[in-house]
Design a protein around this ligand. Structure first.
Ligand code: 4AD
Ligand code: MG
Length: 453
C-alpha cells in the first residue's frame, strides 16, 4: 500500500525518501522554484511540494496545472511557511495525467448549485472531500454504537411487497413491459412489489427473536417533495428492541444523537474545522451543546398548545390532528426550547397502523426527535403488540389483514412489547456538518426529475 498524504503530514520527524501521489490543487511559480499543492483526498490538507530546477522532471511543470495528477518523490522537511508543519523538497516529479483548460474546478468559490451539476468531480473540492470523509466515518460510528450495545445487524430486503408507512409513496419494481394490459400475477414475483420505504416490519421479526437489532441500508420514497431535506433514495438506520417501551425508545434515540455528535467532534476535527469556517459558524458550539445538555421532551398535544400560544404566524396553521410542518418543528427547537426536542404521543389518525394505541384511544406511542436546523431526524414508536388492537388498527387504516399475516403472527406467538425508530442518515449528516441541503451529503442524489450518473 502506498503512503497517503494524511500519514506523511502526521509524521513525527523529517523523512529522507518519500513518495506521494495526488491531484494538483494549485501551482505557483516563483524565481527558480515552483510550489505545488498536492491533494490525494485522504485529508483536507495539501502536501506542499517545492520543486527546483535540479529536480528530475522539472520540465513537466508547465503541464502540472490545477486538476492534473502527479507523483512526487523527495524529502519531508520542516516547513518554514506558517500553518503547516511539513513540506516536500522534491527530487523528482512525474506527470501522470494531464488536464485541459476545460477543467471546471479551476477556480475556488464555486456555488453548491454549480458543483451539483458536476457531481463526478465535486469530491475533489475541499468541501465535498470533507463531507464524504465524514459520511464514511459516521457510518462506522453507527455500527460501533449498536455493536457495542449488542444489537445484531440485520439486512432487510430492498424489494418488498409491504408498504410499511402506509403512505403509498413507493417505487414499483416490475419486469412487465408496457402498461396495464398484464395482471400483477404475470410479474416476476407473482404480485406487485416495490422498493422498500423502511425495513422496520421485517426488522421487528428479528427483534422478536434476537432482542436488539438494527438495519442500515438504502430506502426509497416516491414523495414528490422538492425540499432541501427530502431525497427519493436515502439511507436509514432502524434499531428495534424487544421488551422495550416508548420511554426506552426515546432514551436510545437521544443517546444515539449525542454519541454521534461526540464521535464527529472527536474523530473528524479537521473536516469539522472546515464546516465551521465556511458552512456554519455555530456548528461546533451547537454540537457541544447537544452533547452536554438533556433533550427536551414534550407531548404532541402540549407542543400544539405551545405553538398556538407562541403568537408566531406560520405559513401552515397549527391544528390538533395535523402533522407538524418543518417550520413548526424548527420553531420548537430553534426558538422555543433552543435544543433538540423529542415530541411523543401523536394523534392516531396521522400515524401508521403499527403504532401502539394509548389508553386515551386517541393517541399512539409515536416519537419524533427534532434537531435545530433540520427538524425531524428520527421517527419511531412503540409497536402495537396486542393482536386484537393491531387487527383493529389495520381495519382503521384500510389494510388487508391477509397481506400482513406474518406480521400478526409475531403477536400470536409469544408477543412482547417492543419499540424502535428510524434515523435518516443524510439528515443526521446535515445536522453534524451544518450542510443545508440533502443533495450535498449524498454522492449522487436522486430527487424528483433528477437521476443523473
Ligand atoms: O419517520 P419515518 O417515515 O419512519 C419510518 O420509516 C419508520 N418505519 C422508522 C422506524 O420506526 N423503524 O422515517 C424515519 C426517518 C425520518 O425521521 C427522516 O430522518 C428520514 O427517515 N426520512 C428521510 N430522509 C431523507 N429523505 C426522505 N424522503 C426521508 N423520509 C424520511
Ligand atoms: Mg416521520
Amino acid at each position: 500500500m502506498r503512503t497517503l498524504i494524511k500519514h506523511l503530514l502526521s509524521s513525527s520527524e523529517p523523512r529522507e525518501q518519500i513518495t506521494a501521489q495526488g491531484w494538483v490543487r494549485t501551482r505557483r511559480d516563483s524565481k527558480g522554484f515552483s510550489f505545488l499543492e498536492l491533494n490525494d483526498g485522504s485529508c483536507l490538507a495539501n502536501l506542499q511540494v517545492v520543486v527546483d530546477p535540479n529536480a528530475e522532471g522539472f520540465g513537466d511543470l508547465p503541464q502540472l496545472s490545477t486538476g492534473a495528477s502527479a507523483m512526487v518523490e523527495g524529502r519531508l522537511v520542516a516547513s518554514p511557511a506558517a500553518g503547516q508543519k511539513w513540506e516536500m523538497q522534491a527530487t523528482r516529479v512525474r506527470l501522470i495525467g494531464t488536464v485541459d483548460s476545460s477543467y471546471p474546478l479551476q477556480k475556488k468559490g464555486h456555488s453548491l448549485e454549480f458543483l451539483r451539476t458536476i457531481a463526478h468531480l465535486r469530491p475533489r473540492s475541499n468541501l465535498f472531500g470533507a463531507v464524504f470523509r465524514t459520511r464514511s466515518r459516521l457510518a462506522l460510528a453507527v455500527h460501533q454504537f449498536f455493536q457495542e450495545r449488542d444489537f445484531v445487524y440485520v439486512h432487510t430486503p430492498i424489494i418488498t411487497a409491504s408498504d410499511c408507512e402506509g403512505a403509498g409513496e413507493m417505487f414499483r419494481v416490475t419486469t412487465l413491459k408496457g402498461s396495464d394490459s398484464q395482471p400483477p400475477e404475470a410479474d416476476f414475483f407473482g404480485k406487485p412489489t416495490y422498493l422498500t420505504v423502511s425495513g422496520q416490519l421485517e426488522g421487528e421479526t428479528f427483534a422478536c427473536a434476537l432482542s436488539n437489532i438494527y438495519t442500515f441500508g438504502p430506502t426509497f420514497r416516491a414523495e414528490n417533495s422538492n425540499t432541501s431535506r427530502h431525497a427519493a433514495e436515502f439511507w436509514m438506520i432502524e434499531p428495534e428492541m424487544a421488551f422495550c417501551d416508548l420511554t426506552g425508545d426515546m432514551e436510545l434515540g437521544e443517546t444515539f444523537i449525542k454519541a454521534m455528535a461526540c464521535y464527529v467532534l472527536d474523530h473528524c476535527a479537521e473536516d469539522l474545522g472546515l464546516f465551521s469556517k465556511f458552512v456554519d459558524k455555530e456548528l461546533l458550539s451547537r454540537l457541544r451543546f447537544v452533547v452536554d445538555r438533556p433533550f427536551q421532551r414534550v407531548a404532541y398535544t402540549e407542543a400544539v398548545d405551545l405553538l398556538k400560544k407562541s403568537g408566531k404566524s406560520f405559513e401552515y396553521p397549527v391544528e390538533y390532528g395535523q402533522n407538524l410542518q418543518s417550520e413548526h418543528e424548527r420553531f420548537l427547537t430553534e426558538e422555543l426550547f433552543r435544543c433538540p426536542v423529542t415530541v411523543f404521543n401523536y394523534p392516531r389518525e396521522i400515524k401508521p397502523f403499527y403504532m401502539r394505541l394509548n389508553d386515551d384511544q386517541k393517541t399512539v406511542t409515536a416519537m419524533d426527535i427534532l434537531v435545530p436546523g433540520i427538524g425531524e431526524v428520527i421517527g419511531g414508536a412503540q409497536r402495537e403488540e396486542r393482536l386484537d388492537v393491531l387487527r383493529e388498527n389495520m381495519r382503521y387504516h384500510k389494510l388487508r389483514e391477509e397481506d400482513y399475516g406474518w406480521y400478526a403472527d409475531l403477536r400470536r406467538y409469544g408477543t412482547v412489547p417492543h419499540a424502535g425508530f428510524g434515523v435518516g442518515f443524510e439528515r443526521l449528516l446535515m445536522f453534524l456538518t451544518g450542510v443545508g441541503n440533502i443533495r450535498d451529503v449524498i454522492p449522487f442524489p436522486r430527487t424528483p426529475g433528477n437521476a443523473d450518473y
